[in-house]
Design a protein around this ligand. Structure first.
Ligand code: 6CS
Ligand code: FE
Length: 293
């Protein structure tokens, strides 16, 4: 069923029941007019941009990232996620609201313009975060589909959401880069296992609910392969909300820092969670649907 308006709480993508269940994607990948430059995004579920930001712009955003993670007030804030092992800051959420510098990045036409083009509508920020994978053992994220979480826990009805990860340090092939299975966005993997209460406290460190089985991951990887994203600071990866992705640990001395922005269509605004007892906090799943201007 393509483009059927879900006015009620029709759950097109069942997940977190007793068994794992595969559902073919029922939504377009590119909701706008598209074009040759978006063909690979449609096919693969991602689009790599080698030079979204210039070196000078990277320096501005990297300085702002360093300022935020060094700020004791930010470290105390619930929007900061700290590495268990080392106590260093791993992520800071809602940077587009905390920082005027990152608010500017969200409104940059090269960023929000591309999101509107892919989603075919005005967009709002569902989530933003800076990630610092400091190195010397910083842990990665196990395989998952973001949409599985954003549908189950944040109540996003359709796959009309796109993320952009902008590298603020060099992404080597050794320091825990983003891996995506090309084409995996066309299959929704509904995971087995109900969502525990305040799941987000753990899942942002290491996901348990919403984790695919070894069998499912094996068949997806066999079918699609795995692509590792590397690139200079300033490079960016746009990826569909349902792309199966993950990242490894970073045991090198070289941090892998990025800013991660999630744009959701204003036509796909969050409703109640489809598979969780309570909503997640608004700094993780926004409830302010004001379009980015
Ligand atoms: O749960 C979330 O919303 C976040 N978790 C991961 C591992 N990726 C997407 C998102 O930032
Ligand atoms: Fe993710």
């Amino acid at each position: 069923v393509l483009n059927v308006p879900t006015t009620d709480r029709t759950d097109l993508y069942p997940t977190r029941g007793t068994d794992e269940v595969l559902t073919p994607r029922r939504d377009p990948v590119v909701w706008g007019a598209g074009g040759p430059h978006l063909e690979s995004y449609e096919r693969d579920g991602f689009l790599a941009e080698p030079a979204l930001l210039t070196d000078d712009e990277v320096a501005v955003y990297k300085r702002e990232l360093d300022r935020l993670i060094a700020d004791p007030a930010v470290r105390q804030d619930e929007r900061a996620i700290v590495e268990r092992a080392t106590g260093s800051v791993r992520s800071v959420f809602e940077v587009h609201r905390i920082s005027e510098v990152f608010a500017r990045l969200v409104r940059d036409e090269r960023v929000v313009g591309r999101a509107r083009e892919i989603l075919g509508s005005d967009v709002y920020v569902h989530q933003s975060r800076i990630n610092v994978k400091p190195g010397f053992g910083a842990s990665g994220f196990y395989w998952h589909s973001d949409f599985e979480t954003w549908h189950a826990e944040d109540g996003l009805p359709r796959m009309r959401t796109v993320s952009v990860s902008i590298a603020l340090t060099e992404n080597h092939d050794t320091n825990g880069g983003l891996m995506i299975m090309p084409g995996s966005h066309r299959t929704f993997l509904g995971c087995a296992g109900a969502t525990p209460k305040d799941n987000y406290k753990r899942s942002l460190q290491m996901q348990d609910a919403g984790t695919p089985s070894d069998e499912a991951l094996t068949s997806l990887a066999d079918a699609h392969g795995i692509r590792l994203f590397t690139g200079r600071a300033g490079s960016a990866t746009w990826f569909d909300c349902n792309a199966m992705h993950g990242s490894g640990d970073n045991i090198t001395p070289y941090p892998r820092s990025n800013v991660f922005i999630v744009f959701n269509s204003v036509e796909n605004a969050a409703v109640e969670p489809f598979a969780a007892p309570v909503r997640r906090p608004e700094f993780i799943g926004a409830r302010d649907f004001t379009p980015v201007r």
